[in-house]
Design a protein around this ligand. Structure first.
Ligand code: NAP
Length: 331
């Protein structure tokens, strides 16, 4: 019988603030109770909403006790299984979600919050799948995106936008995505029509739509919003604002039974879509868990392409020069 893991390194904070309040601390790890498992975390995601919660900008998160933990996406390997867990065994590779506390070396979580990791999905992509992916899928579901739609998606190269854009395309829609010059090639490779954000965007969208009516619009960034959707003639019911996205994310982070089940069902669908390569999650930056504050700084620069990910088993703790920094410094 392997010895039970009793401690975990956990990202915590004691007060509201920026990345500087985050600390990695060694804590007791709860053994799995009935319906629970312990997972060795291999990768964990980071999301803007974690930063909004941490800084106090997100006012709907005041009931959590201190110290608070960070992160809601993770992927890893089950090391210990509690009573009444039928679906999973020790050694299973899983993708999961948590209200907070996913940024850790081990987590003990309800088995109901896990799905099996598709074999070909990389650890890096699996660890960042949950909140961005479930937000994207939920938004596309609400808008009933289907073949024949012409959809405009802002920040289409970012964490949520890149999943939304690829899945909308997979559903048969024509997708116009806003981004900076640096991401034109990336979006074109995905079959998405890139459009530069900023002044004159409405004309560029009409040109890209080639005379077709824009039928839906998702504003991730919070800049080119409702007025643009109106100018393009998008029906109000088929527009989603950045504020709507906030509400979607907050709903996905609730930890009552029905909310966990709903979030897991979305995660299951995301895994199937990833398995069939209906979308690919690009990893924009990969940081050791100890560099969590730096990973959030990277995200806050607002130029991530795909997701920024934390890893608990970095090959080296030396700073990694990312391909995007290398190429962009040279250009
Ligand atoms: N309302 C809320 O509560 C809420 C919740 C979560 C997230 N958000 C916001 O949603 C946005 C996207 O988040 P994310 O996690 O999907 O993305 P992300 O991974 O942070 O990616 C940022 C993306 O935004 C693009 N971008 C930069 N400036 C832009 C602009 N002026 N207009 C349109 N796109 C721009 C970048 O493209 P280039 O590199 O090509 O410029 C980059 O691909 C963030 O601004 C975030 O603050 C809001």
């Amino acid at each position: 019988m392997p010895r039970r893991q009793e401690r975990a390194d956990v990202v915590e904070y004691d007060r509201l603030g920026g990345g500087e309040v985050l600390e990695v601390r060694s804590r007791d790890l709860a053994p799995p109770g009935a319906g629970e498992v312990t997972v060795e975390v291999i990768t964990a995601g980071i999301n803007h909403i974690d930063g909004f919660i941490r800084s106090g900008r997100e006012s709907g998160w005041t009931d959590e006790p201190w110290p608070r933990r960070s992160g809601s996406d993770f992927a890893g390997i089950i090391t210990s299984v509690g009573a009444d867990v039928g679906r999973f065994s020790r050694g299973d590779q899983v993708v999961g979600h948590l209200r907070s506390g996913a940024q850790a070396t081990y987590v003990t979580v309800p088995a109901a919050s896990l799905v099996k990791k598709p074999a070909h999905l990389t650890w890096e992509a699996a660890g960042g799948l949950f909140l961005a992916g479930a937000t994207a899928l939920d938004t596309l579901d609400e808008l009933r995106i289907a073949a024949g739609d012409v959809v405009v998606i802002s920040a289409a190269a970012g964490g949520v936008g890149s999943i939304e854009a690829q899945v909308a395309k997979h559903l048969g829609a024509t997708v116009i995505g806003t981004c900076g010059d640096r991401n034109f090639d990336y979006l074109r490779q995905l079959g998405i029509k890139p459009i530069k954000y900023g002044e004159g965007i409405d004309e560029r969208i009409r040109t890209a739509a080639g005379g077709k009516q824009v039928t839906a619009m998702i504003d991730n960034f919070g800049q080119d919003g409702r007025e643009l959707a109106e100018a393009l003639g998008v029906a109000p019911a088929r527009y989603r604002s950045s504020e709507d996205r906030r509400a979607t994310e907050m709903r996905l982070l609730q930890d009552d039974g029905p909310s966990i089940a709903r979030a897991t069902a979305l995660l299951e669908r995301l895994c199937r879509l990833a398995e069939t390569r209906s979308f690919t999650l690009l990893v924009s930056g990969y940081y050791p868990l100890a560099d969590v504050a730096e990973a959030y700084e990277d995200l806050a620069r607002m130029h991530a392409r795909g997701k920024v990910i934390l890893g608990t088993h970095p090959v080296t703790t030396w700073r990694t020069l990312k391909a995007r920094d290398f190429f962009e410094a040279a250009s």
